[in-house]
Design a protein. Structure first.
Length: 445
């Protein structure tokens, strides 16, 4: 407790490395760009740089999908997911700009006008090497980007979106080859071509290792099965999962796994659920609210059902802590990682406080366990529920300061729905808690 050393996130060094890579791509383009004499040359060179940057970002898009532990457990899965979404949007914009500018430049070279770009594109696909594969890959990227638009994604079942999203690998593979066969920069710079192969080869190796080989190794070693399903409150169940030497998986309180239950109708669905108790040598537990087809089906799991897990993931762990006193804030089923942290965070009597927000007292899942932990550890346990008339409780900067006068000297761990998290974050900032000491992670991805 007296030697709290928070783990430093590698986010800043990683972002510096990403920008350095982008600068290197710009230098490659500039170094191989002759004097630009006319409008056609300007258009073609704009097509070149957008294509080079799109190719670079494609590698980053795949890297952010590789589930590399240094990213998932140190930077945070939700932050990496946001990076992935942002990089994907930039990539699609650059790909479309590259396609338009390059085909426009080729059309001008052939004496065609702007209105004949479509015909020029068809001719290029038929005549240039690897352009057919690139066209298919570009179509896949546009499809993936379209179904990832916020409003549309909310209309599509998670499993459908997830499996279509995996086509990103095929899209990147198909578009890779034309970069080398038709890209002038790689034709005149063999070293650049070697570096490009190395970039894509390294990313491919990380995907194969962390998305395929590591999960196979983990599940063959620990052989997990459902031991029991327990109803905590109406609509919320806990699933007890047994296995071999589960404490050697390296999981920490606050983390989550992506779970696949090998039961009829669930074999092809993989969903993230947090651990709701500290990992035991032969037992893991998740607690889930029925808000979709997959989560609702968990209550019908039979004991003995095989479980396939990937992880652990997430950075919402004790390693984030920088102060002796800690406030844990949970909204709804966000209590699951908070309950595990409430049990395991080191602290003297009075150091830990848990605030649990729910609609009614009947919705306070795991309340008996929380009360027992609070009593045993001398921690403070509070709940905030709606009034009988449905009025929402006051969670504002003033109310937080009244409950915890020294709240600005706390670390805060928070988990809950996005709207709740934004409301509480604003209240915490108003109460004087620095942003660097507010730790929040979600895995809606």
């Amino acid at each position: 407790m007296r030697r709290i050393r928070p783990r430093r996130s590698p986010a800043v060094p990683l972002l510096i490395a990403v920008w350095a890579g982008a600068a290197a791509v710009l230098w490659l383009w500039w170094n191989n760009t002759p004097s630009i004499a006319d409008n056609n040359s300007r258009i073609l060179n704009a097509g070149r740089i957008t294509g080079l940057l799109a190719g670079y970002l494609m590698a980053l898009v795949v890297l952010q999908m590789a589930r590399v532990p240094a990213l998932e457990r140190r930077v945070g899965s939700d932050r990496v997911a946001r990076w992935h979404a942002m990089t994907g949007r930039y990539t699609i914009c650059l790909v479309l700009a590259h396609l338009f500018l390059t085909m426009w430049g080729y059309a001008l070279q052939s004496g065609k006008g702007l209105g004949q770009i479509v015909q020029q594109t068809i001719d290029s696909v038929n005549q240039l090497p690897d352009m057919g594969k690139a066209a298919i890959g570009t179509g896949l990227l546009v499809l993936i980007g379209f179904i990832s638009v916020g409003w549309l994604r909310r209309l599509i079942p998670y499993d459908t979106w997830y499996h279509v999203h995996l086509l990103t690998y095929a899209a990147v593979f198909l578009t890779f080859w034309h970069q080398l066969s038709t890209g002038n920069d790689f034709a005149v710079e063999p070293v650049a071509k070697t570096v490009w192969y190395g970039l894509y080869g390294s990313v491919t190796a990380l995907v194969v290792w962390y998305r395929i080989l590591s999960p196979i190794r983990l599940n063959l070693k620990h052989r997990m099965r459902v031991q029991a399903v327990i109803e905590e409150t109406p609509g919320i169940v806990s699933v007890l999962i047994s296995g071999r030497k589960l404490h050697r998986m390296g999981a920490e309180a606050g983390q989550f796994f992506r779970w696949r239950f090998l039961a009829p109708g669930m074999r092809f669905s993989s969903h993230p659920y947090s651990l709701s108790a500290a990992p035991r040598p032969n037992m893991l537990r998740i607690t889930v609210k029925a808000i979709g087809d997959h989560s609702a089906a968990l209550r019908d799991l039979e004991p003995g059902t095989r479980v396939w897990a990937e992880g652990p993931y997430g950075a919402l762990t004790a390693g984030k802590r920088s102060r002796g006193k800690v406030l844990l804030v949970a909204g709804g089923v966000g209590i699951t990682p908070m309950r595990a942290l409430f049990e395991t965070l080191p602290g003297a009597s009075g150091d830990l406080t848990l605030l649990y927000r729910a609609n009614t007292t009947q919705d306070l899942a795991l309340w008996d366990e929380l009360a027992a932990i609070s009593k045993e550890r001398g921690a403070r346990l509070m709940y905030a529920v709606n009034s009988p008339e449905g009025e929402r409780p006051d969670i504002s900067a003033d109310s937080l300061r009244r409950k915890l006068p020294d709240i600005d000297h706390h670390d805060v761990f928070m988990c809950g729905p996005p709207g709740f998290a934004q409301e509480v974050y604003a209240a915490l900032r108003g109460a004087g808690v620095p942003a660097r000491r507010i730790h929040h992670e979600s895995f809606e991805m």
